[in-house]
Each structure stands twice: as C-alpha cells, then as structure tokens.
Design a protein around this ligand. Structure first.
Ligand code: UDX
Length: 429
C-alpha cells in the first residue's frame, strides 16, 4: 500500500559540474535513505535527471541559466560569477512554486542545502525564511584557505603571489601549504578569485556547514572551521563510501574494465585529470614517453576537449598512438570508482580534485599528483606531505621524471609503504 504520510523535503542546489554534482547526489541518496524526499534544482538539464538511479528524486530546472558548455567557454570563475548573478530571481520563483505545492499538500521543505559556490541561493532562502545549510564539496583545508584569503590584505597578497621568491615559502598559518599551493585559479585574475572566495565563505543566514571530509584526514582544518565559523560545522565524508550514487555526466567506457581484468595485480597506472583540467600537447608527449619507458601498463582517460584540438595534427596523433599502443589503453571517460577498486590498479595519476582524492583514499591507492588549478594544489600538498600517500610532480613535466615517479610508486619499497598508509587511511575513513 502506498505510504500517504507527508515527508520532509530537502532541496539540493548543486553546481552544474561533475566534481560538484557527484557529492551532492551522494548526499541526496544518503538523506533519501533517512526518509527525506529530495528535490534537486538544476541550472540546466543534465543526464543525472534522467538516470533511473534517481527516479525517486524530483528534478527542477530553473530558467534563464547557463549550460555546461558555457562552463567550458567562460571557465569556472567567470561561469560561477555569472551564474550567481542570473540565478537569484529564477531560484526565488522555483522555491515559491515549491512552497505553493506545499500548501496543496505536498511534502514541506525542511531545508535547502546549497553548494558553497551557489551562494545566490541565500537570497531566496532568506525571503521565504527557510532553514539552509552550506555544503562544502571541496576539502576542509580548501575552505580554511578561502577563509584566510578572504581576510588578507589583497594588495600585499597580490604582490607576494607575483613574487617568484615567495612561491616556496610557507604561507603564514597554513603550514605545510606554500604560496604556490594556495587555491589560486588559472581561470581568471586573482582579484576575481578573491571576490568569489569571499562569497563562498560568507555563511550569511545558513544554520550549519557540512563538509565532505573526515576527521582522520583533516582534523586541524576542521577544528579551525569549528572555531572560526559562527555556525555548527559537520564533517560527513567521504560520502562516496556511505552513499554510492552513479552520477556521471559523461558516457562511461566500460571496455577498460575488461582490459584491466587482463593485467597483473597492482601493476596499472590509472590516469585521469577529472572533468575540467586541460593539458598541453607537449606535456602529453612527455607523459606518454615517461609512461612508455617505465614499462608499466597504463589506463589513460583523455577527455574530449582536454587537449587543444587545433594542435592535434595527424602526424602528432600517429606519433602519440605509437607511444601508447604497446602498454596503454585510452578511453574518453571511465567508471572511475570501479577502476580504482580493480585489483590491477597500482597507482592513480591525478589532478587531485577533491572527489578523486577521496575516491583514491577510499580504495587505498597511492597517487602521482599533478594538480592543475585551485583546491587541487592544496590536496596535492596534503597527499604528499600530510597523508604521505602521494608523490607530487612539480615544475616542468619531463619524461625522465615521469618514469621515475611511476617506478617509485609501482615497483619500489617507497610505493609499498605508501600503499600500506593508503590502506590504513582507507580503513580509518
Ligand atoms: C572540480 C574541481 O576541479 C576540483 O578541484 C574540486 O575539488 C571539485 O570540482 P573535477 O576537476 O572534475 O572537479 O575533479 P574531481 O573532484 O576529482 O571530480 C571528478 C569526478 O569525476 C570524480 O568523482 C570521478 O570519479 C569522476 N570521473 C572522472 C569519472 O567518473 N570518470 C572519469 O573518467 C574521470
């Protein structure tokens, strides 16, 4: 018999990008399993809304917004600024309609949970006097960095950031992060980045902050936030362990699992740079040479659009194919969690997005860290220096360095130690 009792509804507002949709959908699954009904507010239609895995969720698309292709054209920073400008009014309409449905007997809204970067949500929440929670989909340490950067003297900070000599110095109060590890963005000027950061750490009228992290990973950063923010801070991660929720926005190529089945245990380097990072052609070749010289098999995700198409001539393609054909397997998008869980995978070459970092820790896989931008630099430093389960490749990428890093992780004693530490962390998490 159908349960007619009115449930309490949670409204989720994710950033329309893979690295943010993934943890938000995991949170949705976890809350749904606790008896809440779930509404996901999208800023444009995406694959997740048609997934049978979320058939019990309500999806609403707010009008007049930006698309995923705008994200790639504008870059994350401008995209977020523009999205926050244009969505405020349409989100108010959306909430107003939901509240009207509530009057007509639908589940009443218990809370709006919005991604830290979707700060436009607060205006509507305030107008309708609804409880709200900020969801931090990046690490607690990245949140601390943003809070610290929002308070610095912008003028002297900008001078220091341009000073090559300051780059290796530890940033005051953020040990072991150096100036060069701070979550600055390659996607826009530092001034704009500071403005966005100030918005993301402004809790406004939210009742709490929830973070996709665990105390075994970031106890001191979590303690900092609990002390400094004026609302309760809850660490609820790693969410993918508690609530798996397949929410890939791209088609996964599952043929790589069959290829992994044929490889030796812990022998494969899995390479993926997430959904936004871009690669230079020159770096791709250094990587391909280094991987080929290491004699280890590798599974490489080369996302369409992640390399400059204009430079990708037929001759280059041929040369690249020759390099990778012997030991490599290339896909456009992989079922990453299944890949990391596969016994053949021995190391993960990653851009160190927070989800990839948590997923790798969750499977006890050590990492080769090559951060691209933003919070990835913070995560890479923590992987190498704090959790000691990663090797960071800094400076120019060169085939010899790649080969050595692969050998250190797969064949050497050091790699074995990192694997043990990664497994310990996995168990604690
Ligand atoms: C973005 C930011 O870049 C990142 O720094 C921030 O922490 C979150 O938002 P993204 O770059 O996409 O995310 O990286 P990441 O956080 O690692 O998320 C990528 C997600 O895509 C992961 O959940 C991963 O499992 C998934 N993925 C990636 C696949 O499913 N298949 C792939 O082939 C590659």
């Amino acid at each position: 018999m159908e349960d007619k009792r009115v449930k309490r509804r949670i409204v989720l507002v994710p950033v329309p990008a893979q690295g943010h949709v993934t943890p938000m959908m995991q949170l949705g699954k976890a809350l749904y399993s606790k008896g809440f009904s779930i509404t996901v507010v999208l800023t444009h239609y995406n694959r997740v809304s048609s997934s049978k895995y979320f058939s019990d969720f309500q999806f609403l698309t707010i009008s007049g917004s930006l698309t995923e292709s705008d994200l790639h054209t504008l870059g994350p920073l401008k995209f977020l600024m523009k999205l926050n400008q244009i969505c405020e009014t349409s989100f108010k309409h959306c909430l107003s309609n939901l509240l009207q449905e509530q009057v007509n007997g639908n589940d009443d809204i218990a809370c709006v949970v919005y991604d830290e970067y979707m700060y436009f949500s607060q205006a509507a929440v305030k107008e309708f006097q609804l409880p709200s929670v900020v969801f931090s989909t990046t690490s607690a340490t990245a949140f601390v960095c943003r809070s610290v950067l929002a308070r610095v003297n912008a003028e002297s900070f900008l001078i220091n950031m341009k000073d090559p000599e300051a780059q290796d110095m530890v940033f005051p109060g953020l040990y072991p992060l150096r100036y060069k590890d701070l979550p600055t963005s390659v996607f826009g000027p530092l001034e704009s980045m500071l403005k966005v950061y100030t918005e993301t750490v402004n809790i406004r009228t939210a009742s709490a902050v929830i973070i996709n992290s665990a105390s075994c990973l970031e106890s001191s950063s979590l303690a900092w936030l609990k002390r400094e923010l004026h609302v309760p801070v809850y660490h609820i991660g790693p969410l993918h362990i508690a609530a798996s929720a397949p929410s890939s926005l791209l088609e996964e190529d599952r043929s790589c699992i069959e290829w992994l089945d044929k490889q030796k245990p812990s022998s494969v380097i899995y390479i993926s740079l997430g959904s936004l990072a871009l690669m230079e052609t020159k770096d791709m070749f250094e990587m391909a040479w280094g991987l080929s010289n290491s004699n280890q098999p590798f599974l490489w995700v080369i996302r369409p659009g992640s390399i400059p198409a204009s430079e990708w001539t037929e001759t280059l393609q041929e040369e690249f194919s020759k390099l990778v054909s012997e030991r490599g397997y290339i896909v456009k998008w992989a079922p990453q969690m299944e890949v990391l869980r596969h016994p053949s995978v021995g190391a993960f070459w990653s851009h160190c997005g927070w989800n990839s970092t948590l997923e790798s820790i969750g499977e006890g896989v050590p990492m080769i860290c090559r951060p691209f931008t933003g919070d990835q630099k913070v995560n890479a430093r923590y992987l190498e220096r704090v959790w000691r389960i990663g090797v960071q490749l800094e400076g120019e990428l060169e085939k010899g360095i790649v080969e050595t890093a692969v050998k250190r992780l797969i064949a050497g004693e050091e790699g074995e130690d990192m694997r043990k530490r990664a497994i310990d962390l996995k168990e604690e998490a």
